[in-house]
Each structure stands twice: as C-alpha cells, then as structure tokens.
Design a protein around this ligand. Sequence first.
Ligand code: HEC
Length: 240
Amino acid sequence: MSRSPKLIIAVALATFTGSVALAGGPQEKIAAKTETKTEANAPQRFNIGRAPTVEEIRGWDIDVRPDGQGLPTGKGTVAQGEKLFMDNCASCHGEFGEGAGRWPVLAGGKGSLTSDNPVKTVGSYWPYASTLFDYVRHAMPFGSPQSLKVDEYYALVAYVLYLNDVVTDQNFELTDKNLATIKMPNEGGFIMDDRATSEKAFWQKEPCMKNCIAPVKITGRATAVDVTPEDKDGKPRGVE
Ligand code: HEC
C-alpha cells in the first residue's frame, strides 16, 4: 500500500506550520490541527538532534541528594585526601582550607554566621555532606572539573570534612554507605520551605484587585532621625 501524495503534502505542510508560527486565516487552522498531530510524537517534531545515549545521560546525571541518593560506589580516607588536596587544591584553597590569597576559604568560620563578619565555609555554613560531594565532583578542581576518580573525590571530601572538624580521625574512610549519616554543624540553620502550608491561611481564592488596603493609620514618625518630610511651616507633612 502506498501513501497518497495528498497525505504526504499535508504532513509536510503541517510540520512547517508547526515549527514556524504563521499568522493568518486558513493557515491558523492548519497550525491548530498540527499541534494535536505533532504532540503525539513530539520527539520527532523538528527532526533535529538525536536521543542522548545512556552513557551521555549517566555522565550528566550525577547529582547527589542529602539522603545519599545518587552517590556513586566508592571510598576514600582523610589521609588519602590530604595528599590529593595538596596536589590539586591547596594552590588555591591553602593547605588547611584557609584560602590562598583571595581564593575561597573552605574551613573555619564556625559560629561566625550571626556576627557582623560572617565567614561562610563548608563547616560553618553548608547543610549536608552531600552538598560538598556534589559540588566538588561537579566543579573542582577549578579549571578541570570531573578530572579525578570517584574514590579520589571521596578522599578529598573526607579531608575537607577533617579540615572542618566534622570528622576527627585521619583514618576515617568516607564511603557511599556512610556519607549521608554525617551531620554537618549548620544543618539546623536550614529550614524546609513550608510556605505552602504555613502561609496558606493568607491565600485567597479571589485575589483582591482594588481598594485592598484598609485605611492607613500613622502610628509613629521618624522625626527622631529627621527623615520625615516637613511642610513649609516645619511640621511633619500630613499632620494637621
Ligand atoms: C585554580 C584554583 C582552584 C583550585 C585548584 C581548586 N579550587 Fe575549589 N574553588 C575555586 C574557586 C574560584 C571557587 C569558587 C567558585 C564559584 O563560586 O563559582 C572554589 C570553590 C570551592 C568550594 C566551595 C567553596 C564555598 O564555600 O563556596 C569547594 C568545597 C572547593 N572549591 C573545593 C575544592 C577542592 C576539593 C579542590 C581540589 C580537588 C579545589 N577546590 C581546587 C578555585 C579552585
């Protein structure tokens, strides 16, 4: 059975109108029809690119969650990490994570977050060990990210945790099994976004669109710091 030429033309036209928005009478109708027609087989729609391979997706899909989901199988000790850190990281971050020159500081700053001069580091700020693993594997060493082996990343993360006193034993071995059990000092400084429940009472189905603010009552004036605009007679504006 051969396909009728009419049908082929219709399909070709539909593909064209589907990808380029043509305004105007009869074409609009065709375009509208196209939407339903092409949605069914969306991946074919523009006939560009190709489906990514499993390998490509695996290379891209490397995020790690706080519960450890996504961690690759691997392990590395603080002592192994120390050597790797000296070779790959210390030139920028300093041997003890103190930061060389103006490169980022990775350790210290504990308890400084509420001070006038907060020092945000892995130890003082970051909520989960998974954040550290995920970040370092995605982005470091700066300039050649993802260039190290998985076990080397475990070792480096173990060493950065050690620099922050999160682990204290040089022989500690970080693995995909124990990473999620590590408690970071500032985990409690982060809260889940609960606005969907905590602020629900304020939501209205019918949003107010006019005259929404009740009459404003002036309860005080900033005369103390002399920022209240004054009338010509020196009285704060708006006061009878
Ligand atoms: C060439 C300099 C350089 C080298 C080498 C380097 N880093 Fe970094 N690192 C940076 C810079 C720059 C940033 C900040 C990047 C940004 O904010 O986009 C950073 C950020 C970080 C952070 C996050 C700091 C924070 O609190 O935001 C960590 C953790 C880190 N690096 C770990 C490492 C580790 C581990 C290595 C070795 C494998 C390494 N870095 C090697 C320059 C470097």
